[in-house]
Design a binder for this molecule. Structure first.
Ligand code: SAH
Length: 226
């Protein structure tokens, strides 16, 4: 390995051990019902440990969600895989993600979808995610600091909108940015406080909701933290 790579702190942990633990993770995801080979292969290749603080990076290939600061979490790999499968099922050109967080889900999407837009309301998280994504050459991603509840200002519509934070009701501005025939995927809370991964399909002015499975996400919050 060239000296530059050995000295690069971002690459510490990449190597045989890391690759084996990633292979193991992908095996577990398959057992847990993830079938899309493109998704499995992308999770096998991409470095989740670079999206965590160094103190936690040794846990990066466990199938669990992990803290990223500011009370937020990096989603569990199974959840990232499942949501990516649902996104790819639509063969979208343009995807809008609400809740960039660490940027890991954003990276996975960027490897599989032509154009990815992602909104985050906490400036510090957005900046860190931007740096990681630049480093990993995810050039088809555009990040913006904003409250995702208002959608992407000045944008046309999106084929798929993905929320990585849970709402009790979907903001109408977001639904309005779904293209005709488009799909929104989001954790939604029911009256008893149970969260459900939900698929919303736009047909004209009609939105058809379908509950998929129980999930657990941090809440969708309002406003921007600079
Ligand atoms: N996919 C991310 C998930 C991070 S947790 C990852 O795996 O790292 C959800 C993220 O949504 C948090 O970073 C939180 O700050 C962000 N968020 C919550 N409400 C938001 C809103 N209204 N607009 C934009 N981002 C929001």
């Amino acid at each position: 390995m060239p000296l530059r790579e050995l000295n690069d702190p971002a690459l510490i942990g990449v190597g045989m051990t890391s690759q084996r633990t990633r292979d193991r993770l992908v095996g577990r995801l398959k057992e847990a019902g993830i079938v899309d080979e493109r998704v499995l292969e992308t999770l096998r290749q991409e470095p989740r440990h670079l999206f965590l603080d160094e103190a936690l990076s040794h846990r990066a290939y466990e199938d669990s969600s992990l803290p990223i600061g500011h009370g937020q979490t990096l989603s569990q790999p199974w959840m990232v895989a499942r949501m990516t499968e649902l996104v790819l099922a639509e063969a979208p050109e343009r995807v809008l993600e609400i809740g960039t967080g660490s940027g890991y889900q954003t990276l996975i999407l960027s490897r599989l979808v032509p154009r990815v837009f992602s909104l985050e309301r906490i400036a510090a998280l957005k900046e860190r995610a931007a740096e990681r994504l630049r480093r990993l050459s995810a050039y088809n991603v555009t990040l913006r600091l904003a409250d995702g509840g208002h959608g992407w200002r000045d944008a046309e519509s999106f084929d798929v909108i993905l929320l990585t934070a849970c709402a009790s009701e979907l903001p109408s501005a977001l639904l309005g940015q779904l293209a005709e025939g488009g799909v929104l995927i989001a954790p939604l809370e029911d009256d008893s406080g149970q969260q459900w991964l939900t698929r919303v399909h736009r047909q004209g002015q009609h939105f058809e909701y379908k509950r998929l499975e129980p999930v657990h996400f941090v809440p969708l919050l309002q406003g921007v933290i600079r």
